[in-house]
Design a protein around this ligand. Structure first.
Ligand SMILES: [Cu+2]
Length: 319
């Protein structure tokens, strides 16, 4: 809290009162204090009129404060409206795979729940502040320190909310981590310093002799992930493809923002997961774990193409 200097004169005291946070909620006692100060000073009539003018300005200022208090919720609502252009995604990705959509839905539900809880808490705080404020100098609001029923209720409600969040998260995670018996394609993704290799195999795991990988020599290109300088993971649309993720050296992160998906590529660990693609599109991907000097160059793109185009692409890329 800001420390204020003790006032050295009546005028300074009035100014200090006008600026004080208590002025927002305590205009009457402050007004009285101003009159009281004026009386104590034994000010002469012109002076007194002058000070009365100042007191009036204090009350006028309070009207301004009321206006400001009303403007505040309006500003908050405007911020929500302007920042909410991405409703109901709340800044997240809608998701370019079935799994990503599940993630997106969970995210939206959590934010809506969070906003609801915040709104209720905010209203309760404001209500308590105004309802139980000190209304005048001679009156102290009723003092109480405990309420067993209230305490049980406000402990149980968060526990129930956490339970709901936990349940919804487990359900969503199980859907995201579920793998099908027979994927349309299996792609072995290997992360290494400083790049990626995508090796295509059929649904039975037989190599299709298609290998896409980062250029051998690391360079500080600082290009967009969609640049042709980086490798591209090509996927067929409306199919479930399996990714078998590994690392040959250190921990990397296989991250595709539009898929709402990131997973460690760890040496000695094989991470297997499925993507069920939706429509066609091109998306950026990157390493999401700081892995060393050329970490920022560990970029790639993902292109989802129609199934016929994918088959042609596979044929044309066979070694
Ligand atoms: Cu990396």
């Amino acid at each position: 809290m800001m420390r204020t200097k003790a006032p050295s004169s009546f005028s300074q005291r009035v100014d200090q009162l006008r600026r004080s946070p208590a002025f927002f909620f305590k205009s009457r006692p402050i007004g009285l204090e101003v009159s009281h100060l004026a009386n104590l000073k034994g000010v002469t009539t012109p002076d007194h009129d002058h000070h009365l003018g100042r007191i009036r300005s204090v009350f006028n200022a309070r009207r301004g404060v009321t206006r400001r208090v009303l403007v505040l919720p309006l500003l908050v609502l405007t911020a929500f409206a302007l920042g909410g252009c991405q409703l109901p995604t709340f800044g997240g990705f809608r998701g370019a795979t079935t799994q990503a959509k599940t993630e997106s839905t969970l995210w939206s539900q959590m934010v809506i729940l969070g906003v609801g809880v915040s709104a209720i808490v905010f209203v309760l705080i404001v209500w308590a502040v105004f309802r139980y404020r000190r209304r005048d100098e001679n009156h102290i609001p009723r003092q109480f320190s405990e309420n067993t029923l209230l305490e049980i209720v406000y402990t149980l409600i968060p526990c129930v909310l956490v339970g709901v969040i936990f349940y919804a998260t487990v359900i969503a995670e199980n859907q995201i981590d579920a793998v099908v018996g027979k994927p349309a394609e299996i792609i072995n993704v290997t992360a290494y310093r400083w790049g990626w290799s995508f090796s295509y195999a059929s649904s039975t795991g037989v190599s299709q002799n298609v290998l896409v990988q980062t250029a051998a020599e690391p360079k500080a290109l600082a290009q967009s992930a969609l640049s042709s300088e980086y490798p591209q993971l090509v996927l067929p649309a409306h199919q479930t493809v399996r990714i078998v993720l590994q690392s040959t050296d250190v921990i990397h992160g296989f991250y595709i923002p539009a898929f709402n998906f990131s997973r460690y590529a760890q040496p000695g660990v094989v991470n297997t997961f499925d993507f069920t693609t939706l429509g066609t599109g091109i998306y950026r991907g990157q390493c999401a774990q700081y892995c060393g000097l050329y970490h920022a160059e560990m970029l790639f793109s993902v292109q989802v193409v129609p199934q016929g185009t994918f088959a042609d692409w596979l044929k044309s890329h066979q070694a």
